[in-house]
Design a protein around this ligand. Sequence first.
Ligand SMILES: [Zn+2]
Ligand SMILES: [Zn+2]
Length: 427
Amino acid sequence: PLGNLGLIVLDEEHEGAYKQATSPRYHARDVAFELGRRNAAVVVLGSATPAVETYYRAAAGEGGMTLFELPERIDARPLPQVRLVDLREDVFIAEGRTFSEPLLTALDVALSRGEQVILFLNRRGFATFIICHACGARFQCPDCGISLTYHHGPRRLQCHYCGFDRPRPSRCDACGSEDLGFLGLGTERVTEQLLRHFPHVVVGRLDRDAVRRRGVLRETLAAFARGEVHVLVGTQMLAKGLDFPGVTLVGVLNADVGLAWPDFRAAERTFQLVTQVAGRAGRAETPGLVVVQTYSPEHPALQAAAGHYCRRFFEHELRSRRENRWPPFVHIARLVFTDKDEGRCRAKAQAAALTLESLGIQAKGEGVHYLGPSPAPLVRLRGLWRQHIVIKAPARDELVEAVRRALAAREIERTAPVVDLDPLDML
Ligand SMILES: [Zn+2]
Ligand SMILES: [Zn+2]
């Protein structure tokens, strides 16, 4: 459509919004590359927190890509100081409190100076994870490397990709400690704890429940901007695009929930989120303080977000993706089956899996294969039960061919799965 296209810039290239959520589910990055190729134009992908897949392709020089790294911030603006607090060592946390000693001290300092604070929780919600309080280990699927989700009813840990499951452990696999606990905090509990320590502060709460009421989001943010609310407690919706010059302290209360998310991009998302959240702290001229509470301060994703060793994070992450066979080392497609009835939903997915086998696509293996069927991590959405199958292939054309054959099979076609090639959303 443009006469003389010479340059295409995709800023914040890691953003999920670049991928179309409805059919056809194309990614703007691929469109930019194709457009650039046809017009012999230069394509620039920019990001402070590039997608691991993009980093890999750029570093490998795939498709003529070149990796440029900017070691300095624009205008040499000071980075916020990011402090990782080790919850394994903290006395307050050991007593069952919500705030670690360093975070409580930082809160005290900021609030007594009349400065504003954002307390950030990784999304709360539908999944429960188990963590070792002694060493910080989380439980992962031995086949997929994906975090196992705990199910209270059957008291089992389950992989929502390949279906692997095991009984609730009584000891940590890594260190043998029996001090295992559940991960996750609600905004209510954080607010309540905050008011116990600082009875006079005004707290604004932003989570899915609060925001569902009309106008609450806008009013709370406006009150915070006017300085009438001192502390904002909220989920990931606070991470993006908000700029409050009065905020000098940002607390991330449970970084481990992000790391334990049942998604092969969990570490990458945590790196991006903490980096983004850190950008919320501090004025233009004075850097703010970010306190990140975690049981695994040594995790490369958090180390990278704290401003150290970005490259080490990418290397670590790529090693784990290669080992567990996730992108960029394989190409994946996701088939999601839904039904109002749980049993019928499962039957659809199982029939589809059998059909894949009959087409010569095996469960597991080295070549084109599939994982599942298994309940999707988000097992129920808008009244519908959800099951999914993930197809993996070493090359993209093999994947496209496998999906094409699968959808051509009547047994799969009539179950009308939602098909997502190169999915960004694994829930
Ligand atoms: Zn342990
Ligand atoms: Zn698995």
